[in-house]
Design a protein around this ligand. Structure first.
Ligand SMILES: *Cc1c(COP(=O)(O)O)cnc(C)c1O
Length: 355
């Protein structure tokens, strides 16, 4: 199946903006982009626009994710990939995205900005798994173009079972693009779905350097998908999405895989230590098992606890607006010292709360 059958038809012949670098590439004398011919002292190279899809980084990242280069689009964070997918696949006022809350909020935000409807099919049961029967009937409605799944899911932390993703792909075949957001997959120990892209032309996988790779400030993410989807989105993306310093930071990070492996191991160990300490607190009624670098936990009077922690200089995310998660807070795994500071502050806040 050609996944472009699901895209906005008016974009299929659209060429996009023809930037100087995209049109002409490089030459000894560059007088086609109105750049400064000289760089500032100490800022060599920044007088020139960067490559629209920097070849060296695309190659390195494709190798890192184990996909062919033409299946990878470099984006300004995976947030940009979400935005591009919605813009390419959803006609304003007609099409819809399907999300499974509680989940990452930006899918619905991007859809709303585009004028696409947001259909919610909440995760279900104690294990918070996708409700495949309800997803199937929502797809029967015919408006859904994108089905967003997040694994490990933010903010709950759980990895979606392989069978559930496979079933979602089967249900969506010919009807919607399945967007699998793997922002946290490095912390899960599970294989990425990236290597299964050739079997599923209607699968798109989102990856990012913002979390495990410690480059949130560089804004580098990737969409992995069928080459036809990559080619379509490459026509819609901003002319020069990645700044040169970000390209260099990403290349440096990818050249040091040992650092990543060591950080992931430390983070997973700290996550499990933090989970055990939280579970031992009588005021904490639940700690969701997490395959990510954060934990969602339920505590009595969660809002007051969050406020008390903030007053002690510890910021957590409150999950009160998320279906099924009232009374839950989400804590990111910090350094051992930060985690200890959080635990000490939490115990102090709980001791001070009037009964
Ligand atoms: C953090 C996060 C992202 C955003 O990643 P960027 O690459 O920094 O834009 C995407 N999806 C989920 C689920 C996230 O938690």
């Amino acid at each position: 199946m050609n996944p472009l059958a699901l895209a906005r038809p008016e974009l299929l012949a659209f060429t996009g903006y023809r930037s100087a670098r995209r049109e002409a590439g490089l030459a000894p004398v560059l007088l086609n982009a109105n750049e400064s011919p000289v760089a500032r002292p100490g800022l060599a190279g920044l007088n020139r626009y960067p490559e629209p899809q920097p070849a060296a980084l695309r190659e390195a990242l494709a190798r890192h994710y184990g996909v062919a280069r033409e299946r990878l689009l470099l984006c300004r964070g995976s947030d940009e990939a979400i935005d591009l997918l919605v813009r390419a696949f959803c006609r304003p006022g007609r099409d819809a995205v399907l999300v499974c809350p509680p989940t990452f909020g930006f899918y619905a935000v991007a859809a709303t900005i585009q004028g696409a409807a947001v259909i919610e099919v909440p995760l279900r049961g104690e294990r918070l798994e996708p409700d495949l029967a309800a997803i199937a009937s929502a797809l029967d409605g015919g408006a859904v173009r994108l089905l967003f799944l997040c694994s490990p899911n933010n903010p709950t932390g759980q990895l979606l079972p392989e069978a559930a993703v496979a079933e979602a792909l089967a249900i969506a075949a010919g009807r919607a693009l399945v967007v699998l957001d793997e922002a946290y997959v490095e912390f899960s120990g599970a294989p990425s779905w990236a290597h299964r892209l050739p079997e599923h032309p209607h699968l798109a996988v989102l990856r990012t350097l913002s979390k495990a790779h410690a480059l949130a400030g560089a804004r580098v993410g990737a969409l992995l998908a069928d080459p036809r989807v990559v080619e379509l989105l490459a026509r819609l993306i901003a002319p020069y999405p990645l700044p040169r310093p970000s390209i260099e930071a990403a290349l440096a990070a990818l050249a040091d895989p040992d650092w990543l492996a060591a950080r992931v191991a430390v983070t997973v160990r700290e996550r499990e230590r933090l989970a055990a300490r939280l579970r031992a607190l009588p005021a904490v009624s639940r700690v969701l098992p997490s395959a990510a670098n954060f934990l969602a936990f339920a505590v009595g009077r969660a809002e007051e606890v969050a406020r008390g922690l903030a007053a002690r200089g510890v910021l957590l995310r409150e999950l009160r607006g998320q279906p099924g998660l009232s009374g839950f807070l989400r804590v990111s795994v910090g350094t051992a010292e930060e985690n200890d500071a959080f635990l000490a502050a939490l115990e102090a806040v709980l001791a001070e709360l009037p009964p």
